[in-house]
Design a binder for this molecule. Sequence first.
Ligand SMILES: [Fe+2]
Length: 217
Amino acid sequence: MKNNCNIKSQEICLVKNHENPALICNSILVEIDSIQKFISSIIEERYPDLNEHQTRISKNAALFAQHIGLSQQDNECLIIGASVHDIGKMSISDYILNKPAPLSRSEFSLVKQHCEYGYNLLTPLKLCSSITEIVLYHHENYDGSGYPEGLSNEDIPLLARMVRILDSYDALTMDRPYHKGVSSKNALKIMKQDMNCYDPYLLDSFSKVIEKHKIIQ
Ligand SMILES: [Fe+2]
């Protein structure tokens, strides 16, 4: 998919009045940053832990992007996409999201739908396609065993492959209702054993980011 956004602003038509030019006010410019903050405040209200997870990921995303040498536009899309990647979980029940035990198969099937839910929620905003692709594809695995579409290798958009790594790292290092977080070193070790999930080049780069910035979680 092509990246076709103006990263700084999106034109959103609110009112159309072609009868009286003096009253024409057919668009406003909304900063993407404002949309992202708005989304974060909604998530914070309902799932503060989820908002913290996304905020941590977006901070690490900035370091990762810098290390990889992404363009300014991809850099910003990565940070914004990382900060809203799980927005689809707003459509999942509290019971499942807060369950202090491993999910059943049917519950996990429901959770897996958060990628599509999130994509559908964001689509009307006509955001940069790189951002919505992160939301849709951040659980795709490099070997094609992920979801929702089972994409593999370079068919998974680059920024989504990066968020796949950032997301797993955060999930492993932070305490969750059903498991205790592991050290950064152990998290990277586990991820390297699970190589089928991640782009090997990106995982190696991310390890260097952790090493360089001593991100201890
Ligand atoms: Fe997710």
